[in-house]
Design a protein around this ligand. Sequence first.
Ligand code: A3D
Length: 313
Amino acid sequence: MPTRKKIGLIGAGNIGGELARLVANKELGDVVLFDIAAKENFAKGKALDLEQNGAVLGYDSHIKGSSNWDDLKGADVLIITAGVPRKPGQSRDDLVAINLPIIRDVASNAKRVCPDAFVIVISNPLDAMVYEYKRVVGAPKEKVVGMAGVLDSARLQLFLAREAGVSVKDVRTTVLGGHGDDMVPVLGSCTINGVPVGQLIAKEKLAAIVDRTRKGGGEIVGLMGTSAYYAPATSAVAMAEAYLLDQKRLLPSAVYLDGEYGYKDIFMGVPVIIGGKGVEKIVQIELTADEKVMLEKSAKSVQSVIDVVKKAS
Ligand code: A3D
């Protein structure tokens, strides 16, 4: 019986490569870096480069490039980035036609080889892709999450820290809702080591920071011509680590809601506790009337994409 954890990274592109580097560097387990057959050698090359990186840095994780689903047999964690990223001018929702068949293909294979894995979906449009993954696999809601809130909160954290002239380490933030321009930064819960941000940053500055956070992904796509990948990968690894090490971290994550916050049969970002059983608790925080209105708007955007996915059989 293997004792090391097996971590499957589905998609060996920009985020997949950075995920592999982080997972190996933290020695969270052995890695299978998976991509389609046409990119098998690319995945194998990246894997070999990253294993050689370990000889310098001193990590022993094995990293295998593959396009064979059997290599994912019994994986403990899957992180899914399969699909295409945005190009300048595209919204996340524009990706649905291309990424829907990809997530279905990934889900049906994962169902066969590693139905019990803890799964973190990153592919966009995030909330709809993670919804479809869970539907196809029929996995319990504790075992399937989407990564968005950790990244969106990190962006908010950075902008607040820079504005207040403090370390990012002292800023705590929460962003809820769908992973789109309607996401809900919950300023009432944002503090600088316990001091409400509203006491240190002027209202109009806060409004500009909220706007920049909402458009944070697009800002990077506009600059680079493709999606961000360092911070998205780090965010997903924080979630994987919380599961693998039973850390019980409270992290905003896209999870299946079954009445929480007044929503049913939808994936959306809310604060959850991630530990060894997966999503161990959905934490219900009190929202102001304004935040509830914003969450409703965000939920409607998410639902409209999920409806498109449901109709596309
Ligand atoms: P990219 O570098 O293009 O890598 C994607 C990889 O997926 C490519 O190597 C493809 O060959 C591979 N792929 C395609 N189809 C399959 C398949 N059926 N099975 C396995 N692999 C396949 O993209 P990226 O890594 O920059 O981004 C990946 C996804 O993450 C995109 O959909 C982005 O929009 C999304 N993304 C999400 C966030 C969030 O915060 C949620 C942030 C950044 C990017």
